[in-house]
Design a protein. Structure first.
Length: 361
């Protein structure tokens, strides 16, 4: 079986460090390993419109912000097909057929969607499109026969839903679709990176983000106001690591080279944690280290982004070519789906002949 990777991001804002550790970093590694037959990355504008229907300009502008972030992180259009969801009408059609395979009760059980409904105050007036986006996501994945999906933990329920749809479809209509496997980050801090407020996951829609494109001063200011252990009042007090956002970020980002360069008095993160838990290590010192780590990680990304900002027409061309290619692939799947569902009436003479036979000449 071909190895096909599919992922995407909603153009609801610039991409943040949660995207980076949760999915983007992995995508670039996988792209460069060269083990995949095809890699698709989708800018999910149609999905973004499910909760941003009244702000089309926001979605439109963020297409380019997200694309710039891809290029900045090293996504290579020679190796990856980057496309815009709304330009692939086959995805909408596929979603419509998939809707018959999912119950309302099943959608209501999706824990990620439940949280997102609360976050958006959608309890009283929930757009049907938003409620059903896990179905459209199943269409996005299966249209490209994606079997590897590198994403953050919030996407687990979507992948489960996709697998169920694939099983149901194949059981009813025959083996056409492929069950995708989720590829979660190996480092547990990266599964669901919290926002700088330490509360929910870092999320474009919550404004608790460090963006990949943030300037050095913005990164520093955000690190300095980051949530730590509220019980750690004086330097000499023992501090808690669990739920301490600064340490979660160090878990996600720091490597031994960072200790050598910025904090040589500690052998590694375990030594730093041990000191903090024992007492005698101030939040400021840990934050200064985290700031140095993040500055080192984000500088090359920011600089590449600035270089690509001068090549907007080229990026548009990549998105257009990618969308055309994606449409061809999705059409091929849709043809198979419609054949399996017996709604391919005019593909050949089978329909007319069978009906003639039924009714007699
Ligand atoms: P929105 O608030 O509009 O939903 P978002 O910040 O949740 O935006 P998405 O575009 O929904 O971002 O997610 C894109 C990808 O990034 C998904 O694979 C998702 O799992 C991953 N991701 C998003 N936020 C995080 C996070 N805080 N930690 C790890 N992975 C994340
Ligand atoms: Mg999201």
């Amino acid at each position: 079986m071909e190895k096909i990777m599919l992922t995407g991001d909603r153009p609801t804002g610039r991409l943040h460090v949660g995207h980076y550790v949760g999915s983007l970093r992995r995508r670039v590694e996988l792209q460069d390993m060269g083990e995949f037959d095809k890699i698709f990355i989708m800018i999910a504008d149609a999905q973004a419109l499910t909760d941003n229907s009244d702000t089309p300009q926001k979605v439109r502008d963020n297409i380019m912000e997200v694309a710039l972030d891809y290029f900045a992180c090293g996504i290579d259009p020679e190796k990856v097909t980057i496309f815009i969801q709304s330009q692939i009408p086959q995805l909408t059609e596929l979603s419509f057929y998939f809707m018959n395979l999912v119950t309302v009760a099943r959608l209501q059980r999706n824990p990620t969607v439940k949280t997102e409904i609360q976050m958006r105050n959608f309890e009283k007036s929930l757009p049907v499109g938003f409620f059903t986006y896990p179905i459209s996501q199943a269409a996005d994945i299966t249209a490209f026969m994606g079997n590897v999906v590198p994403v953050g933990e919030d996407q687990l329920p979507m992948l489960e839903q996709t697998k169920e749809i694939v099983r149901k479809f194949n059981a009813v209509y025959g083996d056409v679709l492929v069950e995708p496997e989720i590829l979660l980050p190996e480092n547990s801090a990266c599964l669901r990176l919290p926002g700088i407020d330490g509360k929910a996951k870092m999320s474009k829609s919550l404004g608790n983000c460090i963006y990949l494109s943030d300037e050095p001063e913005e990164i520093q200011a955000k690190v300095m106001r980051m949530f730590t252990d509220p019980g750690h009042l004086r330097v000499e007090d023992p501090g808690k690591i669990e739920g301490n956002t600064v340490f979660t970020y160090l878990d996600a980002f720091s490597r031994s080279a960072h200790f050598v360069e910025f904090l040589p008095e500690y052998a590694d993160l375990d030594a730093l944690k041990e000191h903090y838990q024992k007492g005698g290590l101030g939040d400021m010192k840990v934050k200064r280290f985290l700031n140095a780590v993040l500055q080192a990680e984000l500088k090359p990304i920011r600089e590449r982004r600035k270089a690509f900002q001068k090549k907007i027409p080229y990026i548009c061309e990549v998105l257009e070519t990618g969308s055309r290619e994606a449409e061809r692939v999705a059409q091929d799947t849709l043809d198979k789906v419609k054949r399996a569902m017996q709604i391919n009436y005019f593909e050949n003479d089978d329909f007319v002949n069978s009906q003639v036979e039924r009714f007699g000449k």
